[in-house]
Design a protein around this ligand. Structure first.
Ligand code: GDP
Ligand code: MG
Length: 179
């Protein structure tokens, strides 16, 4: 039947250079290319494996250049999204601060549906020797903000990226079932 079908809009947010595009491309192609440029795009993806049919749109966003004057997330993005993945780099503390600010902004502006899940992702886990944010700090913040949490390396493996997208799709499905 059609009961496993998901049609969802997933928004990727976070500071620049944290690996939003690397995550997106890894999920879509299973590959890590290394250079992605500054491109903002919405990708559509459908896949059918293990009786699980996936259909989603991914908005790979760009963090605005002059964030002091511009809000870092537009209302349009939040109204579009059924779920949000907030990415930081475990070796860039300022990118973790951006995630904190963006969670606060999302909760305050209330443009994102209240039932829409948010997952926080600490990326670049392979760069352990440069770690600036501990796993525990990331996990505790996510817990306090009622968000999911993963640490992954888009550069090293496809598996972690896949888990993140499966989790957000499962949560979106659950949130719809509760309505
Ligand atoms: P975006 O600006 O958030 O879209 O970041 P990009 O996806 O363009 O990635 C920024 C840089 O970080 C690129 O040079 C990527 O190759 C690199 N990068 C992305 N993910 C990882 C990762 O998991 N580990 C490492 N070591 N580098 C990564
Ligand atoms: Mg990018």
């Amino acid at each position: 039947g059609n009961q496993h079908k998901v049609d969802a809009n997933v928004l990727l947010l976070g500071a620049e250079n944290v690996g939003k595009s690397a995550l997106t491309v890894r999920f879509l192609t299973r590959r890590f290319i290394g250079e992605y440029g500054d491109i903002e795009s919405i990708y559509s993806h459908t896949d059918k494996t293990d009786g699980r049919e996936i259909s989603l749109n991914i908005w790979d966003s760009l963090y605005p250049q002059s964030c002091e004057t511009t809000e870092s997330i537009s209302d349009k993005q939040l109204q579009w999204a059924d779920g949000v993945i907030l990415v930081y780099s475990i070796c860039d503390r300022s990118s973790f601060e951006v995630v904190r600010q963006q969670v606060q902004l999302i909760r305050q502006t209330r443009k994102l549906s209240a039932s829409a899940p948010i997952i926080i992702v600490g990326n670049k886990r392979d760069l352990l020797h440069q770690r600036a944010v501990s796993s525990e700090e990331g996990r505790l913040f996510a817990l306090s903000a009622d968000c999911g949490f993963f640490e992954i390396s888009a550069a090293e493996t496809y598996h972690g990226v896949l888990l993140v997208f499966h989790e957000i799709l499962d949560l979106i499905k659950e949130s719809r079932a509760l309505k």
